[in-house]
Write a new protein. Structure first.
Length: 235
């Protein structure tokens, strides 16, 4: 999914790229939702590998279980210290990146993300998952290039569906006109006295050709009409 998202974001027409890769927008949204769930699972799975004592030590004991935890700037709970090992530093750096990136363009997503981090610091994993999910959803819906690409893809999909419906109606109309012309031709042939289908086609082609035009069925030319009518008579 990461490769697919990268291809979409680098494409000139991002909406068409979504359709090209996933076939339709429903498949894309389902895949994106699954990717988000996996990301959230990975995010909280990573945190269990690290001790959060150094984060909690920055808080007063009463704040850990108090609602005022949410009033504190959550990113301050994840300041990088000299005591952090490389994995912890990488983890905190990633948190800073996501928080600051969303803060620039999605205030509500940033607020949700802050709640997720606060819950994480207080070891409220389930609540943290819900807030992180809300943060990602809002970020994607409000201002992400992925959201714009999805909107464009839906427009393209709608236009394609209209074109398909129009083509289908046109094909049905042509089919009905052809069947009507064929039925007229067979009735003419049966009502006449012709030695064989070849003679019947030769004498009736022009009349059937004109009738076809009148009901919306167009032969490509008299020669092609004669060959088609002859085959009809053989049947």
């Amino acid at each position: 999914m990461k490769i697919a998202l990268s291809d979409i974001l680098n494409a000139e027409n991002k909406g068409n790229k979504i359709i090209e890769i996933f076939g339709n927008t429903d498949n894309f949204q389902n895949s994106l939702s699954a990717h988000i769930v996996n990301f959230i699972n990975d995010f909280f799975s990573i945190t269990t590998k690290f001790s959060m004592n150094n984060v909690k030590s920055n808080l007063k004991a009463e704040n850990i279980i108090s609602p005022t935890l949410l009033d504190k700037n959550p990113i301050s709970l994840f300041e990088i210290s000299e005591d952090d090992d490389q994995q912890m530093k990488a983890f905190k750096t990633q948190i800073h990146h996501y928080y600051l990136e969303s803060e620039k363009i999605a205030p509500l997503a940033t607020e949700y993300f802050g709640y997720a981090l606060s819950c994480l610091a207080a070891n409220l994993v389930n609540s943290g998952r819900k807030f992180l999910s809300l943060a990602i959803e809002d970020y994607l819906n409000q201002c992400s290039p992925i959201s714009n690409a999805l909107k464009n893809a839906k427009v393209s999909e709608a236009k394609s569906e209209i074109a398909k419906t129009s083509a289908k109606k046109g094909a049905e109309k042509r089919w009905k006109a052809k069947e009507k012309t064929k039925q007229f031709a067979l009735e003419l042939y049966k009502s006449g006295t012709f030695k064989n289908p070849s003679q019947g086609a030769e004498k009736l082609t022009e009349q059937i050709f004109e009738y076809g035009k009148s009901v919306g069925f167009h032969f490509s030319g008299i020669f092609q009409a004669n060959k088609t009518i002859y085959k009809w008579f053989l049947d």
